[in-house]
Design a protein around this ligand. Structure first.
Ligand code: SAH
Length: 452
């Protein structure tokens, strides 16, 4: 399997500065500018192919007026006909970005160990539903299943099933190939929310759904890697007249281009999403992420299990993080919609608030700390010792550097967990997988994992 030493986080670090400057210019927008366009399509060299999605969005704007950034993002990424995620594989060298599981198998293996350790720490429930949100190519689940297979003696009495929440027909096809070798059955029962099912190479049943609500209740372990950053955000700007939502309109100076404008007055969204004590001048809010977290929190509160969320993000202190990637380069968010990825940093403090105290949360913890606690150094040494191939050694060391280096993915990516409250009671010991009945063992990754 080719794992590539390129990550979208790295590109953001490398290229983000100039992009940030361009948008920061608009952080304080005078009242007279409110209907004036800003933020896109201003450079003469910008090519502006009129994509089918652009035509669709322009029609919409002409009919009902400027749209929110959230509506733009939803349409661009997941419009069933033309959405960016729907019909092509954007991951990897030939695509637009590469993620940690695609960089190194070690990443998925350590996540697999996390799930086994949490399953054991919660008293080895008889069933284990692994639910992945936005599984990409299926690589992460594949690596996790390899760990489950290797730890078969621990898990042999457990009824394991895999549940994938994926909107993209193209990516679900690739996931099926990765995980089942192509042995799938398309669900013909129109009343079932399962749109495809298959059996993993090791005989574990796999089900595909479009939404989390469709996944059956029961003890479940949830995973979302680079998923929350793809959910639609609303953007708000502080002005002298108060907070205004940032909208997207047709550029009056270039009628085949879009531009940002500010809503002429406060809207219910402004009132609802901006806290009175807000100190920033620009705020991004992702209500879809809030709803999803509430659903996860309710499920974990009722049925047990855990959720692990890994993404780039912040704790409610960043401002303008909305960006686009095409062919591993930053791209203008408003140019050629549907041909490039759109993403925004995850606000972990908002996620924590939206759990409404139903579950305990851990993190956000930097990726390099999480992986170190999970034993990445030991795993790397084992793989290096098991191979005498120089190219393999080089690859292992390069991918380790990509995941762990603070200037690459190490500091930029964060791990965040939701757990039942009882799981965290008295968590002041090292994790010991031999003492699995205790719910009070510390949580691997967020504390040191002791694997005996
Ligand atoms: N987790 C993978 C892929 C990340 S890309 C990895 O880290 O490699 C984002 C994934 O989320 C893709 O699989 C995309 O199709 C899926 N996705 C995006 N928006 C979604 C939505 N609203 N519902 C379900 N899946 C979504």
């Amino acid at each position: 399997m080719t794992r590539l030493p390129v990550g979208r986080s790295l590109l953001a670090v490398a290229l983000g500065v100039s992009w940030q400057h361009r948008l920061l210019r608009h952080h304080v927008v005078p009242a007279a500018w409110r209907r004036q366009c800003f933020g896109a399509g201003s450079k003469a060299e910008d090519s502006s192919p009129v994509t089918p999605l652009l035509k669709h969005l322009m029609f919409k704007i002409k009919s009902t007026g400027p749209i929110t950034v959230a509506e733009y993002m939803r349409e661009v990424l997941t419009n069933p006909v033309r959405g960016y995620y729907m019909h092509h594989d954007m991951l990897g060298e030939k695509g637009d970005f590469v993620t940690s599981p695609e960089i190194s198998q070690i990443f998925g293996e350590l996540i697999g160990i996390w799930y086994v350790s949490e399953w054991m720490a919660t008293g080895k429930p008889k069933t284990l539903q692994l639910v992945e949100l936005g599984p990409g190519r299926g690589t992460l689940t594949d690596d996790i299943l390899r760990v489950f297979n290797q730890l078969g003696s621990l898990l042999n009495k457990c009824d394991i099933s895999i549940h994938l929440v994926e909107v993209s027909p193209k990516l679900s096809e690739i996931q099926a190939l990765t995980l089942t070798g192509g042995k799938i059955q398309s669900e013909l029962d129109v009343t079932s929310p399962v749109y495809m099912k298959g059996i993993s190479k090791a005989g574990i049943p796999i089900f595909w759904y479009r939404e989390l609500q469709d996944v059956p209740q029961g003890t479940s372990f949830y995973l979302a890697h680079e998923f929350f950053d793809a959910l639609p955000i609303h953007k708000f700007q502080r002005t002298e007249q108060g907070w205004r939502e940032v909208l997207i309109d047709i550029n009056p100076k270039a009628p085949d281009q879009l531009c940002f404008v500010l809503a002429p007055s406060a809207t219910p969204a402004t009132e609802y999403f901006i806290q009175g004590k807000e100190a920033r001048d620009h705020v991004e809010v992702c209500p879809d992420a809030g709803i999803l977290i509430q659903r996860l929190a309710c499920r974990i509160q009722e049925d047990g299990g855990a959720a692990l969320i890994a993404d780039y993000g912040h704790n409610g202190n960043k401002t303008d993080t909305f960006r686009s990637f095409r062919s591993h380069k930053l791209h203008d968010v408003l140019i050629a919609p549907g041909t490039a990825d759109l993403t925004a940093d995850v606000d972990f403090s908002y996620l924590q608030t939206m759990t409404q105290g139903r579950v305990a949360t851990l993190g956000p913890l930097k990726q390099q700390e999480f992986l170190k606690n999970m034993g990445i150094d030991v795993r790397l040494q084992v793989l290096l010792q098991n191979s005498s191939d120089t190219a393999m050694h080089k690859h292992l060391l390069q991918s380790y550097d990509m995941l762990m280096n603070p200037k690459k993915m190490g500091d930029r990516f964060n791990f965040f967990a939701l757990l039942p409250h009882q799981r965290l009671a008295r968590s002041d010991q090292k994790v010991n997988l031999q003492h699995t009945k205790s719910l009070s063992a510390p949580v691997a990754g967020f504390g040191e994992l002791v694997w005996k």
